[in-house]
Design a protein around this ligand. Sequence first.
Ligand code: FAD
Ligand code: NAD
Length: 457
Amino acid sequence: MKKFDLIIIGAGRASNLAVSASKMGKKVAIIEKSKFGGTCPNRGCVPSKLLIGYAHVARAIKESNRHFIDSTINKIDVEKIFEETNNYISKIDPAYKKRFNENVEVIYGTGKFVSNNIISVNGEELTAPKIVIATGTKPIKAPHEKAWTSDDIFPLKGEIPKSITIVGSGFIACELANFFSAVGIETKLLVRSQRILSNEDSDISAIFKEEFSKNVDILFDTSIDEIDYKDKQFNLILINKENQKSKHSSQALLYATGRQSNTDSLDLQNTDIQVNDRGYIKRDEFFETNAKGVYVVGDASGEHMLQHAAAQEVNHLGKLLFENESKALKFKYMPHAVFTEPEIASVGITEQKAKELNIKYVTSTTNWLASAKAMSTRLKYPRTKFIINPDTYEILGCHLIGPESSTMMHQILVVMHLDNDIRHLKEMLYIHPALNEAILPAAVNTVKVVEAYKKDK
Ligand SMILES: Cc1cc2nc3c(=O)[nH]c(=O)nc-3n(C[C@H](O)[C@H](O)[C@H](O)COP(=O)(O)OP(=O)(O)OC[C@H]3O[C@@H](n4cnc5c(N)ncnc54)[C@H](O)[C@@H]3O)c2cc1C
Ligand SMILES: NC(=O)c1ccc[n+]([C@@H]2O[C@H](COP(=O)([O-])OP(=O)(O)OC[C@H]3O[C@@H](n4cnc5c(N)ncnc54)[C@H](O)[C@@H]3O)[C@@H](O)[C@H]2O)c1
C-alpha cells in the first residue's frame, strides 16, 4: 500500500492545499475524477462570468436609447464567444497540474474509501494519517437525456442552439438566461412559482423580477409537463398553476434546478463518516468528520456552496494541519452576488430571516440617485437596503441591487470585517461623485432610523 502524509480527494479549491503542503515537504496524493481546478474555473464561476461580459456589452448597446443613442447590433458572433470560453477552459487542467512540485502524486480516478484511512483508486490502495474530502457537488440530473445542465455548456460541444428553454429560478438559471437572451439566442425561462431568486431579501427580488422580466422572457407558475425530442428540437408541453397546458419548442433545454452532493461516489458506508439528510458530510468546527483524521471542506459540506468560502476553508485547514493554528474558522459574514442584469449583492440576513429569528431590527431602503455616477446610468431601480441591530448599530444584513453591486458591497464588507457599525459608513470620506457615494445617503438614512427607534423606546 502506498503511504502519504496527506491524501486529497477532489482537486477543486483543495488543489491549493496540495500546493502548500508539498512546499513544506509533505508527501501528497491528490485524486481527481474529472478536471484539476474543479467546478469554479472549469464549469462554474469563471466561465459563467466570462459569458456575462459579452452579455453586458450587448445589453449596453441594446439599451443605449436610455442615453439618447440610437444603435443597432450588426452581428453577435456567438460561435466566437463559445470558442474563446472553451479555449479558456481547455487551459485550466494543465495549468493547475503545473502548480504541483515533485512531492505531489497526481492521480486521475475516483477515490473511494475502503476504511476510515484507506483510499482505493484505479485498483490501488493508498493511506495517510490525514485525508481531505473536497469533492464538491454536481448538478441535479436533467429529466431527459438530451437536456443540459450547466456542465454541458462548459465547454459547449456541438452546435450552438438558436433557442433555449431554461428551467429554474436560482443563481445559475438567472445568470445563464441573462447571457443567452442578451446575445440573441431566443430564451425562455420557466419559473415554477411567482418568485425568482427567492433566497434574496423579498424587496430586492421583487425589484429584480420587475427589471429582469424586461430583458428575459419568463413564464411564472409554469413547469414542464411533457418532453419530446425530435429532429434536434425539444417539443414541450408546459403546464401552469391553473392546469392550463401550452406548447413550446426550443433547440436546447437546460435544467438549473440546484446541485447535489457528490458523496455517493465515495463508498462512505465503509467508514464512520456520517452525512446529513441532504447527503452532505457532517463535520466539527475544525472540519473533521466522524472519522479521526478525515476532514471535509468546501461544497462537500453543503454549508456555503460558494467559491470564496471553499477557498478560505481550504486555506484554514492547511494552517490547522501543518501550521500551528489552533482556532476554528468562524466566518463573520458570508456575502454573495448574482451576476445578472440587474446585479445583486447581499450579505448577512434578509428581513424575512430577521422576522423568522424574532430578533430586534430596523431597516431602511434608499435609492442611489444622490450619486452623480449612479444618476449617469439613468436607472431608477438601484437600491441599498440595510437591516440593523438598533441597540448596537451592527449591520445584520445589507442588500444591493444596481450596477456593480458586487463591487460596491466590498465597502460594507470591510466595515463588517473590522468593526461592524453602520456609523462608519456615515462618517467616512467618499470620493465625490463616485458610484459608492450612493452608500452615504443609505447610511445617513439608516442611522436616522436607528436614532428614531431609540428615541421612541
Ligand atoms: C455555473 C456555476 C457558477 C458558479 N458561480 C459562482 C460564483 O460566481 N461565485 C461563487 O462564489 N461560486 C460560484 N459557484 C460555486 C463554486 O463553483 C463552488 O462553490 C466551488 O467550486 C466549490 O469548490 P470545491 O473545491 O468545494 O468543489 P469543486 O470545485 O466542485 O471540486 C470538487 C472536485 O472533486 C472531484 N470529485 C468529486 N468526487 C470525487 C471522487 N470520488 N474522486 C475524485 N474526485 C472527485 C470533482 O470532479 C471536482 O473536480 C458556481 C457554480 C456553478 C456550477
Ligand atoms: N453568483 C454566484 O455566486 C453563483 C452563481 C451560480 C451558482 N452558484 C452556486 O451554485 C449553487 C447552485 O446554483 P443553482 O442555481 O443550480 O441552485 P439554486 O439552489 O440556487 O436554485 C435552484 C432553483 O431551481 C428551482 N427548482 C428546483 N427544482 C425545480 C424544478 N423541478 N422545476 C423548476 N424549478 C426548480 C428552485 O426553486 C431554485 O430556485 C448555488 O447554491 C450557489 O451557491 C453561485
